[in-house]
Design a protein around this ligand. Structure first.
Ligand code: NJP
Length: 247
């Protein structure tokens, strides 16, 4: 495994972030787990012995203050939020704002806080958990897709800026993962989420995404996996659709 010792993971209170925290702690790394929910973070701390920082990453000033003393070899920008499933013209303005604040602004702030130290120490690995709804379009998720496309563009620019610095940049774009992420899209109705999205399809588990991340981390430090797109074998992306002419 590469020589990294410390990791900061956003959105570690559940789902992909918690699975990644477990995987990195198991490999002996010192993990700092970030999220807003103090209770689940404390449970994670009891389980894997990580440090926890309850924090809303949508608050840039709070992010800069909370992370200013942290040395991170690995940063997993994972925290994210979905909006209700709705056409853009009908989207709630508060949800629109929150999505941009967390998915895009929060990711920029966390990276801004931790990247200078990585550059100085000439060691680091930035991960960005984006989405298939960055490169591929879908209706009723336009703001979410825009934020994730933004993070993809950001990661691609950073990779160019950081060439030669020994700081790696890996984007991981997952397909559907079995977490509570889709709850807002179904107005909090988790039964409907399970029935509609998971009961008849195999999805990725959070641990699958964590394993992909560890695979990229495990390469020798001169090797940088730029991007991983990962789906379950029941999901395929790309392609085309055609709607029948309205009669
Ligand atoms: O989602 P979920 P996933 N400040 O809802 C945290 C992407 N993805 O693990 O603050 C700080 O279980 C929240 O913690 P809390 C997705 O876009 C997923 O599936 O305590 N943290 C929780 O720990 C996202 O970027 C799928 O509520 C904040 C975590 O974020 C990443 O995968 C598909 C926060 C969300 O955990 C992890 O999602 C895809 C804030 N303001 C991409 N707001 C999928 N699941 O199918 C939220 O393409 N969090």
């Amino acid at each position: 495994m590469s020589n990294y010792r410390t990791a900061v993971i956003t959105g570690a209170s559940r789902g992909i972030g918690a699975a990644t925290a477990r995987a990195l702690a198991k490999r002996g790394m010192e993990v700092t787990a970030i999220g807003r929910s103090a209770g689940p973070l404390e449970d994670l701390k009891a389980e894997i012995g990580c440090t926890v920082r309850p924090l809303d990453i949508g608050d840039t000033a709070a992010v800069m203050a909370a992370l200013k003393d942290i040395e991170a070899d690995v940063v997993v920008n994972n925290a994210g939020t979905m909006t209700q499933s709705a056409p853009f013209a009908e989207l709630d303005l508060l949800e629109l704002q929150q999505s941009v604040d967390v998915n895009l602004k929060g990711t920029l702030a966390v990276t801004r806080a931790l990247l200078p130290g990585m550059i100085e120490r000439k060691r680091g690995h930035l991960f960005f958990i984006t989405s298939m709804l960055g490169p591929y379009a879908a209706p009723n998720a336009s703001v979410y897709a825009a934020t994730k496309a933004g993070v993809r563009a950001f990661a691609s620019c950073l990779r160019l800026e950081l060439a030669g610095s020994r700081v790696r940049v890996t984007e991981i774009a997952p397909g559907r993962v079995h977490t509570s992420f889709f709850s807002p899209a179904f107005k909090g109705d988790m039964e409907a989420v399970e029935k509609t999205l998971f009961s008849e399809y195999d999805a990725l588990e959070p641990e699958d995404v964590a394993s992909a991340l560890v695979g990229a981390l495990d390469l020798p430090e001169h090797a940088d996996i730029n991007r991983i797109e990962i789906t379950s074998t029941d999901q395929a992306l790309g392609g085309m659709t055609y709607a029948k002419r309205a009669s």
